[in-house]
Write a protein that binds this ligand. Structure first.
Ligand code: CA
Length: 201
């Protein structure tokens, strides 16, 4: 029974991963360029009415906010896709009394290219080269990223704990983030696939 559920979940994940991968393919170059250039939004990836909404939401979450208003929209959307969070600053939402924290890029801030996981935490990023939004955890053992709205999104990772951290796609092992060893891109085979993390401690 659990396996059936897992298989169904992987099937669903694969669909979402494809959608996200397409969106990232469009947005990543624009993000890598200067934030100020603010190229026009790429044409919508999805054409079916059934998926337009979720694709729009994902692309809002994936990119750097262009204004304070857009950042507020991102925070609101984060709270919607993963209820139970508490906004702790302009661009951060915390879950489970601080066990998990998601940080969005401030408008105009250049966040790409720097592995910036704080000591004692392991971090994962929506975009390559440590591009925000960034999620961070510090607990030992396995943790489900879906509960925080972070399944199938991770493209780079950083580890500032004293332990190794494994990334899994359901029952499938993907890769290990050792410390030190920031990963600027998890690779095309593992991009936007992780939905479980496991800190070995
Ligand atoms: Ca991603």
């Amino acid at each position: 029974m659990k396996l059936d559920k897992q298989v169904a979940r992987i099937g669903l994940s694969a669909g979402i991963a494809l959608t996200v991968a397409s969106a990232v393919a469009f947005t990543a170059p624009a993000t890598a360029a200067t934030a100020a250039s603010a190229a026009p939004s790429p044409a919508p990836v999805a054409t079916s009415s059934a998926s337009t909404s979720s694709t729009g939401e994902l692309s809002l979450l994936n990119r750097q906010a262009r204004s304070d208003a857009e950042l507020r929209e991102q925070i609101a959307l984060q709270m919607k896709i993963a209820p139970g969070g508490k906004q702790t600053s302009l661009n951060e939402v915390s879950y489970d009394n601080g066990k998990f924290v998601v940080t969005y890029a401030l408008p105009g801030q250049r966040a790409l290219g720097v592995a910036d996981c704080p000591s004692g935490w392991f971090c994962f990023y929506e975009n390559i080269n440590f591009g925000y939004p960034r999620g961070k955890l510090s607990d030992c053992g396995g943790q489900d990223l879906g509960q925080y709205g972070w399944a199938n999104r991770i493209s780079s990772a950083d580890n500032s704990t004293a332990n190794s951290v494994e990334y899994w796609d359901g029952p499938l092992f993907l890769f290990t983030n050792y410390n030190p060893g920031a990963i600027s891109y998890v690779g095309s085979a593992y991009n936007d696939r992780a939905d479980v993390v496991f800190r070995n401690c």
